[in-house]
Design a protein around this ligand. Structure first.
Ligand SMILES: [Zn+2]
Length: 130
């Protein structure tokens, strides 16, 4: 005779799957937002380089150098430095978000306090990851 199915366990398992899926989705949304930041920073960098290129081109074409304007060059260089820094920061954030969390419950996916020994949501003992 087969045992009665454990409905409570089945339900808990189903809920834990749903919770995990939801958390995964939120994570995907965060990564998508961070990737949009990277794209924006990259576009700003491109724009800054374009501006510098335009100035260099104008300078190179200027036979008499009457309209030479060094402050425009330094401004373009400042823009490039800022855009490069913003891009590096945006890319670093994506890297961090992509890294799997070491303090996440293997059973239900809940974020765990660094010193947790048991998952506060599902009660599973925490196995330290790498
Ligand atoms: Zn858990």
């Amino acid at each position: 005779m087969s045992p009665m199915p454990d409905w409570k366990q089945w339900k808990d398992k189903a809920w834990s799957t749903v919770n995990q899926a939801t958390q995964g989705l939120e994570h995907q949304v965060i990564i998508a937002q961070l990737r949009a930041d990277v794209a924006k920073a990259r576009a700003q960098l491109d724009q800054a380089f374009e501006e510098l290129g335009r100035l260099v081109y104008a300078e190179w074409h200027e036979t008499e150098l009457v309209n030479r304007n060094d402050s425009q060059f330094s401004e373009a260089l400042v823009q490039i430095n800022q855009a490069e820094a913003a891009l590096a920061q945006a890319e670093r954030k994506v890297d961090e978000a992509m890294r799997p969390s070491a303090v996440r419950c293997a059973e239900c996916g809940a974020d765990l306090p660094a010193d947790a020994r048991y998952c506060p949501r599902c009660g599973r003992p925490v196995v330290p990851v790498g």
